[in-house]
Design a protein around this ligand. Structure first.
Ligand SMILES: [Zn+2]
Length: 232
């Protein structure tokens, strides 16, 4: 009669445990890879609260358009495995009470969120206004750094190819600008002026949710390119 020894039982248990753990192990690796983030982006929806930013002919406030585009952009970036931190997710500003010095407090609160998030990229969403109602298009601004310029160039190219060429029939160049949000930290930061609320066509686009979705999708694709470039 064959006698099963204690050692043999332990060996069988160990082999079974190993075989069971194999597929789980592989599954675990796949899950971890799928969830691994390719970077962190801070989305800053410009203005908010008593600071509505510029106002369109229809009365639409820049702060509301910025928020709407930013929320769609958040979803688009998350689809691309990017961790997103928002400076604001509702209509309020970040200044507490709207009393003296609120703008400074608002901007400093945004800076603190950026500093805490240690992002690979900051995208500040705005809309523009100009004295001439002719002026149109999406333009990217950057601070006085090479990384900022590189990021703005990548973003501007994508927005030119997919939107400015069709909408306004030409390319726009990224612009160096002196803005608090791009200069308040050392993280790569760009401002996207999504169009001119002083122009009826741009305003009509910016009010449309379909256009906002298209715009957010291309901004997200620009962000993915910028993040990939930064790892090269
Ligand atoms: Zn603005």
């Amino acid at each position: 009669m064959y006698i099963i020894t204690k050692k043999q039982i332990i060996a069988v248990i160990l082999i079974l445990a190993f075989l069971i753990s194999l597929p789980l192990g592989i599954y675990g690796t796949i899950t971890a890879a799928a969830e691994e983030k390719i970077g962190t982006v801070v989305i800053d929806a410009g203005h908010g609260g008593v600071d509505g930013g510029v106002v369109g002919r229809t009365g639409i406030k820049e702060s509301d358009i910025n928020l709407s585009v930013s929320k769609i952009l958040k979803r688009e970036l998350e689809k691309n495995n990017i961790k997103v931190v928002m400076t604001r997710e509702n209509k309020d500003g970040l200044y507490g009470e709207a009393v003296g010095g609120f703008k400074k407090r608002d901007m400093e609160a945004r800076r603190d969120i950026i500093l805490k998030s240690k992002p690979d990229l900051v995208i500040s969403i705005h809309a523009n206004k100009w004295i001439s109602s002719e002026r149109r298009g999406i333009q990217v601004f950057y601070d006085d750094t090479l990384k900022g310029e590189k990021a703005a160039t990548v973003m501007q190219e994508i927005l030119n190819t997919h939107l400015n060429n069709d909408e306004i029939g030409r390319n726009l160049s990224p612009q160096k600008g002196d803005y608090y949000i791009t200069k308040c930290t050392n993280y790569v930061s760009i401002i996207i002026e999504c169009g001119f609320l002083s122009n009826a066509d741009d305003e009509r686009n910016l009010i449309s949710i379909d256009y906002q979705k298209t715009l957010a999708r291309y901004i997200a694709s620009g962000a993915v390119s910028i993040l990939k470039d930064s790892f090269d």
